[in-house]
Design a protein around this ligand. Structure first.
Ligand SMILES: [Ca+2]
Ligand SMILES: [Ca+2]
Length: 173
């Protein structure tokens, strides 16, 4: 039998665990960006579309938050066939982190095989309302890289898909 004080500690620990799990994961499709970039149909891409980027190209991805919240970039989904491409994620002018595409040569057959970057940087604190993160291709080979989506973890379990997609606000600057 557990003593009452032990039971109390257990309940407290359970509550802490639930609270720290209170995050929501969202996917932003690269092709939803308003930047005028080359969209490509790929059957294995999420939403069956991705965006072709070359060196110095930038993709701005917008989303909305209910309140000041920490956000983490969980993954960038991309494909590459050829030389390495180095991409940097920025929050305004601040660098969050970067990743490099794998180097593999398949004479064009690898563009429909999608890879995940893994986590990029650490938590960033973002403000209520409209937010924009950008993906900048810092260096690339001549063929570039195709970006499919970005997956983010928002530390707000009540955040709905509609709010995240800015359906209720006008974000025009
Ligand atoms: Ca490349
Ligand atoms: Ca996509």
């Amino acid at each position: 039998m557990m003593s009452p004080s032990h039971t109390c500690v257990c309940i407290l620990l359970a509550m802490v665990a639930v609270k720290s799990c209170g995050a929501a994961i969202f996917r932003i499709e690269a092709e939803s960006a308003e930047d005028n970039r080359t969209k490509i149909d790929r059957s294995e891409a999420s939403n069956k579309t991705d965006v072709l980027l070359h060196e110095n190209d930038e993709l701005s991805l917008r989303f909305c938050l209910n309140g000041r919240t920490s956000v983490r970039i969980l993954n960038v989904g991309y494909s590459n066939d050829g030389g390495a491409d180095k991409c940097q994620i920025n929050n305004n002018t601040t660098k969050v982190g970067e990743f490099e595409s794998i180097v593999e040569y398949g004479s064009g057959t690898l563009w429909n095989i999608f890879r995940l970057s893994g986590e990029i940087g650490s938590d960033i604190i973002l403000e209520t309302g409209c937010n924009t993160i950008t993906l900048l291709v810092k260096s690339a080979d001549d063929y570039g890289i195709e970006i499919d989506h970005i997956e983010v973890k928002v530390n707000d379990e009540r955040l709905t898909e509609e709010v995240f997609r800015c359906n209720f606000v006008n974000c025009v600057e």
